[in-house]
Ligand binder design. Sequence first.
Ligand SMILES: O=C(O)/C=C/C(=O)CC(=O)CC(=O)O
Ligand SMILES: [Ca+2]
Ligand SMILES: [Mg+2]
Length: 476
Amino acid sequence: MSFIQVPKNSHFPIQNLPYGIFSTVQNVGLEPFYSLETFSQPLLTPSPPLLQPSPRVGVAIGDQILDLSVLAAYNFFQQGLPELPHALHIFSKPTLNAYMSLGKSVWSATRKFLQHLLSADVATLRDNTDLRHRAFVPQATARMHLPADIGDYTDFYCSREHATNVGVMFRGKDNALQPNWLHLPVGYHGRASSVVVSGTDIRRPAGQRLVSKENPTPMFAPSARMDFELEMAWLVGPGNELGEPVTIDKAKDHIFGMVVMNDWSARDIQNWEYVPLGPFLGKNFGTTISPWVVTLEALEPFLVNGPAQDPKPLAYLQESGPTAYDVHLEVKIKPAEAQDFHTICRSNLKYMYWSITQQLAHHTINGCNLRTGDLGGTGTLSGPVCQFSPFLCGLDSGTDDSYGSLLELSWSGSKEISIPRSTSTPDDVIKRKFIEDGDSILMTGWCEAPDGSYRVGFGECVGKLLPWRERGHMQG
Ligand SMILES: O=C(O)/C=C/C(=O)CC(=O)CC(=O)O
Ligand SMILES: [Ca+2]
Ligand SMILES: [Mg+2]
C-alpha cells in the first residue's frame, strides 16, 4: 500500500508504476536548483526565463505523477540506488530512451526503490510536505508526450481470429489464413514518424481507392472506410547488434514494457494498394499510443498460457511456460453528437496466437537489429467470438463483441452498430459502419488481481478523427 490514495479501480496502484514523459506549465519542483532566491518563495511563482517547462520522466501513482527528475535533483537515487549513477541526467530527458537502454537489472532495482519510497510505512517522502509538493504533480494538470524517440515501428498480424476475419473479407473464405500464418508471426514495417501520443487528433486521409465493388476503377478521394485497430505494442529496451539475432529465451530482456495502440486504418485505400507488398498509405497517416509504459515486470503476475500452437513452430520460435498476458481490453466510441463514450469491443491480449517474445525473436532471426525505443505492434487483437452465452462457449471465450476493428464489427460495412446518444436514452441511437468525422475512439486495458483487490492498467489511448482537408493540388 502507498501513502498516496489509490482508488480500487485505478490503473495506477503501487504494483504498477508505469513510466511516462510529462510536462507542466512550470518546472515547479526544480526551481530551487536554478535560483536559490526562489527557494523560500511560494511554489507557484512564475519561473525565471531559464526555466522553460521541459518534458521529463515520471511514474504514475493513483491520480498523481511522481516527478523522477525532482527525486534525482534531491539526490535520492545517488543515496539509495547505486545501480543508477546518472539519475538526474536520465530522468531530465524528454524521452525514456536513456532509461530504457539500461536493461532489466536497473529497471528492477529502480522499481523496488520507488515502491519502497512510496509505501505507506516509509516516512522519507511521506512526511516531507515540502518535497511532496515538489515531487508530485496531479495528472490532470500535466501534459503527456510520446514516451520514446521511436526510430522504427513494426506491426505484426498475430491474432488468428483477426487474420481469419480480414482474410475472409479481403480474399474469400478459401484463402483466409495464408499458408505461412501458422508458421511465423507475419508483420510489416510501419512508419515511426506518424506515431503520436494519446489525445492527438487524426486527420482523415485521401488516396487512391476503387469507385465501388461494381466499378473497380481507381479514383482519388477521402477514405470512406475509416477504421481503428485495437492493438498493444512493446517498446524495445536494450537493442541487439546488426547480425546478432536475439534468441527466444533472451527476448524478454529486450522489452521494456507495453502500451495500448490504435493503428488507424483506411480500409478502402488499404484494400486497393496492399498487393503484393502489404499495407502502405492506408495505415501510415497516424498511429496512436497510450502515454504510460507498463513494464514487463509489472505484468509478470498476469502471465498465462497462450493458445496452443499447432503445428509446432520451428525451433527458434519454441518457448515454454506461460507466455501470454491476461490484459482485458476495451474500445469505446463517442460520436460528436453523443454525450458519452460507448463500449463497442471487449477483448484480451491473451487470445493472441504468437507471443511478444516470438515476435521479437522472429524480427531479429535474420540479424535485423532492433534499437532502443523501437515499437512492435501486436496486430489487431480480436477474440474468439462467442455467439451464445459464456456458459455455452466457456468462461474464457471472447464475447460477441470481441472484434478489434470496425471492419469486423460491421462485417465489411454489411451491418451497422448502434451507439446510444446518451446513457439515459438507450433507444435513441446513432448508427455506424465506419468512423465518421468528429468521432472519438478510446482504447483502454488492464490486468486484474485474482481477488479483485487491484488493477495494473494502461490508462487511455484516445484520438478524434478530423475531416479531410481539401487542398487545391489534390484532384482525382
Ligand atoms: O491484408 C491483410 O490481411 C490485412 C493486413 C492488415 O490489416 C495489417 C495489419 O495492420 C495487421 C493487424 O493489425 O493485425
Ligand atoms: Ca495493425
Ligand atoms: Mg498506423
